[in-house]
Design a protein. Structure first.
Lengths: 123, 220
């Protein structure tokens, strides 16, 4: 599965590609919504690990504009539910993720990202 | 006793292309289960399994810790293993984020010191380096066991990344066999400021299997 929670953790790792290699930009993304069990402790615990701007921009790319520009200091219930939806319920099933720096294309098929590189691209 | 995850959706044909859970898998499950209380108290937010194969181990951990309490990430170089890992997650109601990749490569940047639970049952069988390289490149089932010199070439590569990945209180579970030189692994990781011990040891046919657990050495 590629959900935004995972996308927020993936970077381009082509040899020598070390700046602007995160976040990867979606291309031709097909999104499916699947409900996930809401766990407040998990969402709260995960918040400090999120690269906020990357998450907001990526969600917008996929047509979801529900997140605020800045991560709020106080997370109320509504906000946590919104964040839960964006992180865990949007599944990118097909398409690709592209590095903004080197242009490398990482395909997504059946919800699985292929991050493998050819021998000469490995650092 | 937690049951072994339901793998009834996988067929003989699947196990031609992906590693079928065997004694090494089961000793790892036993090691994790023995530590159940400790792991539940650790309350990990990110669990990463390298080389997930059928997905049996991550599904088991998901059952042990709770499917919504933690993010279950896996990698495997075999694309077919990634697919089986997803379906095993579904079959056992554990959402597993399966990624086709070598070791932690696309995650290393962002997961820096963020992995609370790290698991690897690596290709540990001694082969020639050429055979291990070819198996890695073919991305098929041969990569499940071909480990190169001392069976340590793939594991060795990974161990160097390890200190960057583990969170402050993170735990790393590693499967090995006697020919991998278990005490050398411990020595190597001590050099990287990780402390470890053998938590289970079992003989299965010709193999002496070990489950090791490592943690950061915390300087007060
Ligand atoms: C011994 S099998 C273990 C499978 C499963 N975790 C289990 O315990 O049954 C080793 C797995 O590691 C995978 N693997 C080998 N080299 C790898 C690499 N460089 N990166 C990620 N996975 C790798 C293999 O494809 C295989 O699925
Ligand atoms: Zn790049």
């Amino acid at each position: 599965m590629v959900r935004l929670i995972t996308h927020n953790l993936l970077a381009c790792h082509v040899k020598g590609c070390t700046t602007n290699n995160f976040p990867l930009v979606f291309q031709d993304a097909q999104v499916e919504i699947h409900e996930a069990e809401f766990n407040e402790d998990f969402i709260r615990g995960f918040m400090p690990k999120i690269e906020w701007k990357a998450l907001v921009d990526s969600a917008r790319q996929l047509g979801d504009t529900s997140l605020p520009e800045e991560q709020p200091e106080m997370a109320d219930d509504d906000f946590l539910k919104t964040l839960h939806h964006v992180l865990l319920e949007m599944h990118i099933e097909e398409g690709a993720m592209v590095c903004q720096n080197c242009g490398h294309v990482y395909p997504i098929s059946n919800g699985i990202p292929n991050m493998l590189l050819a021998e000469h691209e490995i650092g | 006793m937690l049951p072994t995850p339901d793998l009834s959706h996988l067929t003989k044909e699947d196990f031609i292309r992906v590693y079928e859970p065997a004694e090494d898998t089961f000793i790892l499950l036993d090691g994790l289960e023995n530590d159940a209380v400790e792991l539940q108290n650790l309350d990990p937010k990110i669990c990463l399994e390298i080389g997930s194969g059928s997905g049996c181990v991550s599904a088991f951990v998901g059952k042990l810790l709770g499917s919504s309490r933690c993010l279950y990430l896996t990698t495997d170089i075999n694309p077919y293993a990634s697919k089986c890992t997803v379906s095993t997650g579904k079959q056992n109601a554990v959402p597993i984020e399966s990624i086709t990749a070598s070791l932690d490569s696309p995650l290393a940047l962002r997961l820096r010191r963020n992995v609370d639970l790290l698991i690897f049952n690596p290709p540990y069988v001694p082969t020639s380096s050429e055979e291990a390289d070819a198996a890695q490149e073919s991305r098929g089932i041969g990569g499940s066991w071909a480990g190169g010199t001392d069976g340590m070439e793939i594991t060795g590569l990974f161990l160097n990344n390890l200190p960057n990945l583990l969170s402050t209180n993170g735990r790393f579970y590693l499967v090995g066999v006697a020919v991998n030189n278990i005490s050398a692994i411990h020595q190597n990781l001590r050099g990287l400021r990780l402390d470890g011990k053998v938590i289970l040891h079992r003989r299965a046919g010709r193999e002496h299997l070990y489950v090791m657990k490592f943690m950061r050495i915390l300087t007060p």
